[in-house]
Ligand binder design. Structure first.
Ligand SMILES: CC(C)(COP(=O)(O)OP(=O)(O)OC[C@H]1O[C@@H](n2cnc3c(N)ncnc32)[C@H](O)[C@@H]1OP(=O)(O)O)[C@@H](O)C(=O)NCCC(=O)NCCS
Length: 175
């Protein structure tokens, strides 16, 4: 668990499922992904996030507002796996429901997750990447002090050649 001024980053609870399914079915939230997520896909991702946190001691945490307790989405760190060209390594990621945008929550949560990654987990490097057109996510990377790494940019191996979201741009923070 990680606490910030306004937020709590914690492991997932079954009460997160409905708002999680709803945000992943929102085309605006998913506009930089190939498709919205079905209920089954969201259930699968929630289970994997939980397992990752239990196994590694860190992961994509569920984010709630302190004192309010409502589920906003996720922010955190995740181990990169093949076929991602940056694997092995650890990436930072964030996805919030639309009602939580524009209030600095993603940057606040992501800064705390990076600090936790360097100070508690002992990581040396954390990367973040997104589609070239995902400027809101790139703004989070810059706001939390990550540095652009053009030399690491890549075509996402899971997307078909020529897909509009294929090219990914990379940022990095180091300990
Ligand atoms: C990526 C995403 C989390 C960014 O959300 P965001 O609201 O733009 O980012 P933050 O939470 O850091 O908020 C920053 C904004 O809040 C504003 N803000 C308001 N109050 C603030 C405060 N107290 N502190 C800091 N910023 C504040 C900032 O000025 C900034 O506004 P701007 O975008 O007009 O410049 C969001 O767009 C999202 O969930 N997208 C869909 C999923 C996705 O694409 N994820 C990334 C995949 S790689």
């Amino acid at each position: 668990m990680i606490e910030t001024e306004r937020l709590i980053l914690r492991n997932w609870r079954s009460s997160d499922l409905e708002p999680w399914v709803a945000m992943n079915a929102d085309p605006e939230v998913m506009r930089f992904f190939p498709a919205v997520q079905t209920r089954e896909e969201s259930e699968g991702m929630m289970a994997r996030n939980r397992d990752h946190i239990e196994r590694e001691g860190f992961g994509l945490w569920a984010v709630e507002r302190k004192g309010v307790g409502d589920f906003l989405g996720f922010t955190g760190l995740m181990a990169l796996k093949d076929p991602n060209p940056l694997a092995p390594g650890v990436e930072a990621g964030w996805r919030l429901a639309r009602h939580a945008w524009g209030q600095g929550y993603a940057s606040e949560a992501a800064s705390a997750a990076l600090k936790d990654g360097f100070e508690r987990i002992g990581l040396k490097s954390i990367v973040a990447f997104t589609a070239t057109t995902n400027l809101p996510s790139q703004a989070v990377m810059t706001r939390i002090g990550m540095l652009r790494r053009e030399d690491l940019d890549f075509d996402h191996p899971v997307l078909p050649k020529g897909h509009p979201l294929e090219r990914h741009v990379v940022w990095e923070a180091t300990a």
